[in-house]
Design a protein around this ligand. Structure first.
Ligand SMILES: NC(=O)c1ccc[n+]([C@@H]2O[C@H](COP(=O)([O-])OP(=O)(O)OC[C@H]3O[C@@H](n4cnc5c(N)ncnc54)[C@H](O)[C@@H]3O)[C@@H](O)[C@H]2O)c1
Ligand SMILES: O=c1ccn([C@@H]2O[C@H](COP(=O)(O)OP(=O)(O)O[C@H]3OC[C@@H](O)[C@H](O)[C@H]3O)[C@@H](O)[C@H]2O)c(=O)[nH]1
Length: 389
């Protein structure tokens, strides 16, 4: 375990321990961030969430070396007056709480908008009123669709990075029409970004906004019917993992033509650590955090995951590894999609000197090894003993 005394910031100054109020600490990103903060720093965490299954290993037993530095508070931030007190006790608040699975955006648009905008409002207000620093998690979805997606299919300009690279300080936010409720999430995230930015400009709030570009790794979402609802639809990594574990074809929505860049959660957490420990370089900035070198179509992702899973499980893949489904069938009415997401890295390079390291193949290999070890046996048992109706 690295000692805190040995830690210095990017300007060579020693880092002193702080208290962090982390809202949404029990989720995918929160669990990795808590793990890193406990094992490598002396910072304290007030972990706020409605669930703690993904951080249980950090909370128990009492003999853990960081015992006392992490406290779990089971709080729903929608309606709990204890929130302001926790923000006041902390030096920094990190807000990760959100509904952030695309299957919810068009089917539960009210919950999505409330969660991503209304419920975040008091957090911003308490930080601003109490002069506390805020790191808020937004999303790459605020960019929506690329400018290039509106060009004719055969236009050579589609190959020009000016028409698709997503830049924090230049790119527009392009969403579909209102009945395309997919954009309820992106729009709510955009409005909370604008509010935080305005609190900074008018009231001096010290803030950093993070726009994650498809962070993936162990503990992301759930496997339907094992540690989440049987009919639930998680994000693509967990959907495809579930299909591979069950030896079912991977479902490609609208042909799997959309493109994404995927980044390993452990690389992305390094970027967040730099933001936490270098406030002077991070305050007032919006940061893309992604891996521009790991771009694939969803179809290519499915093919690569099939190969990697076969390697880590030792089982040959099934004869027809993928199947096409329409977005209406898969997500329902009102779904729409981002066509392509490549982050520009200029600002994060300049301010924090950060770059991602892990290739898509390597991150899938470690993630699918985890999925296989964690779920293969439970899936076998679930298939062998179907629940009596
Ligand atoms: N994972 C990604 O690639 C990604 C991409 C873009 C944006 N983000 C953003 O990053 C943040 C974290 O994402 P994640 O992938 O860890 O998601 P997650 O769903 O795993 O984590 C969110 C956590 O917030 C908690 N939460 C939600 N509402 C709450 C409430 N009212 N009170 C208390 N806790 C509440 C949930 O229980 C959950 O544990 C979100 O804001 C998301 O929009 C993530
Ligand atoms: O089984 C599946 C699941 C998903 N997909 C497709 O795979 C792509 C990626 O889907 P994801 O579930 O990871 O979600 P998206 O990348 O569209 O959005 C995500 O991006 C950033 C975050 O803010 C959110 O975590 C989420 O909105 C989409 O094109 C989707 O249609 C499939 O083809 N099959």
């Amino acid at each position: 375990m690295a000692s805190a005394a040995a830690r210095v910031d990017l300007d060579g100054k020693p880092i002193t321990g702080i208290t962090i109020c982390m809202i949404g600490a029990g989720g995918f990103i929160g669990s990795h961030l808590c793990e890193k903060l406990m094992s490598e720093t002396s910072h304290k965490v007030l972990a706020v969430d409605v669930y703690n299954d993904k951080i249980k290993h950090l909370l128990e037993p009492d003999s853990l070396p960081w015992n006392g530095r992490i406290q779990f508070h089971r709080i729903n931030i929608k309606n709990d007056s204890r929130l302001e007190g926790l923000i006041k006790m902390a030096d920094l608040t990190i807000n990760l709480a959100a509904i952030c699975t695309p299957a919810d955006y068009n089917t539960r648009p009210l919950d999505t908008i409330y969660s991503n905008f209304i419920d975040a409002l008091p957090v911003v207000k308490y930080c601003s009123e109490n002069n506390k620093r805020l790191i808020h998690f937004s999303t790459c979805e605020v960019y929506g669709k690329t400018i290039g997606s509106y060009l004719p299919k055969d236009s050579p300009l589609r190959q020009d990075p000016a028409y698709y690279i997503l830049k924090e300080d230049e790119s527009p936010c392009i969403f579909g029409s209102i009945e395309k409720q997919r954009w309820s999430y992106a729009c709510a995230k955009q409005l909370i970004e604008r509010l935080i930015y305005a609190e900074g400009a008018e009231n001096g709030l010290e803030f950093t906004i993070v726009r994650p570009f498809n962070w993936i790794g162990p503990r992301m979402d759930f496997i339907p019917g094992i540690d989440g609802p049987s009919e639930g639809v998680p994000r693509v990594l967990a959907c495809f993992s579930n299909n591979l574990l069950r030896r079912e074809p991977l479902k490609l929505v609208d042909g799997g033509e959309s493109q994404r860049t995927f980044i390993y959660i452990k690389d992305a957490i390094e970027a967040v650590m730099l933001m936490i420990e270098n406030p002077a370089r991070a305050n007032g900035h919006i940061f893309n955090v992604g891996n521009p070198n790991n771009e694939v179509t969803v179809r290519q992702l499915a093919e690569m995951m099939t190969k990697v899973y076969s390697k880590v499980s030792g089982e040959p893949s099934i004869d027809s590894p993928t199947i096409d489904v329409s977005s209406k069938e898969f997500y329902g009415e009102g779904y729409d999609d981002s066509d392509k997401r490549i982050p520009d890295m200029t600002i994060i390079n300049k301010q924090l000197g950060w770059n991602p390291k892990t290739s898509l193949w390597d991150l899938l290999e470690s993630t699918l090894t985890y999925q296989h070890r964690t779920y293969a046996e439970a899936i076998k048992q679930a298939i062998a003993k179907p629940i009596a109706s």
